[in-house]
Write a protein that binds this ligand. Structure first.
Ligand code: SME
Length: 159
């Protein structure tokens, strides 16, 4: 990881120690990532909501960036749904050539979504959009997965 990414990863680890709720931690993470990384243009969390007998849905949590029409997403829809269904990080270099893509802003060119695990189960995800094509490298993947895992660990130990 480049030095600035390692510093940011360490800083986010510290945020997890000072957060007073998962919502607070997620809010601090989205703000910090967008502040420090200019290619992170929309940064937000979606959490899985298990309805009473209803289909589980991804529900928008803390985010920074343009308002999105996708506040609730089925687990079978979008790149967001794909990350949850596959329980894997999804990186899309060119969203316009991916038929799964649900558009938030016409300026978005690439996207990364990393699942959040609690005791091995996907409970949500961290979604980042960039106006640059193929913006997300292996370093971004590691950083985004680190942030997602901190939220998972926080939920495991604080609920
Ligand atoms: N692009 C996502 C939807 C979320 S918005 O980008 C904020 C998707 O394809 O699932």
């Amino acid at each position: 990881m480049p030095a600035n990414y390692q510093t940011l990863a360490d800083e986010v680890t510290q945020l997890a120690n000072s957060a007073h709720s998962a919502e607070h931690l997620m809010t601090m993470i989205v703000e910090r990532l967008q502040d420090l990384l200019p290619h992170y243009n929309w940064v937000g969390f979606y959490m899985v909501e298990e309805g009473d007998g209803a289909e589980p849905m991804l529900v928008l949590g803390p985010y920074v960036g343009a308002e999105t029409p996708h506040k609730r997403i089925s687990l079978h829809q979008g790149i967001c749904g794909a990350a949850v269904s596959s329980a894997q990080t999804v990186v899309v270099d060119d969203v316009n050539s991916d038929p799964r893509y649900l558009a938030c802003s016409i300026e978005t060119k690439s996207e990364i979504v990393a699942p959040i695990f609690v005791n091995g189960k996907v409970v949500g995800e961290l979604d980042i959009d960039s106006r640059l094509p193929a913006a997300f490298t292996e370093d971004d993947r590691q950083l985004v997965e680190h942030c997602a895992s901190l939220v998972g660990r926080f939920l495991e130990t604080n609920v």
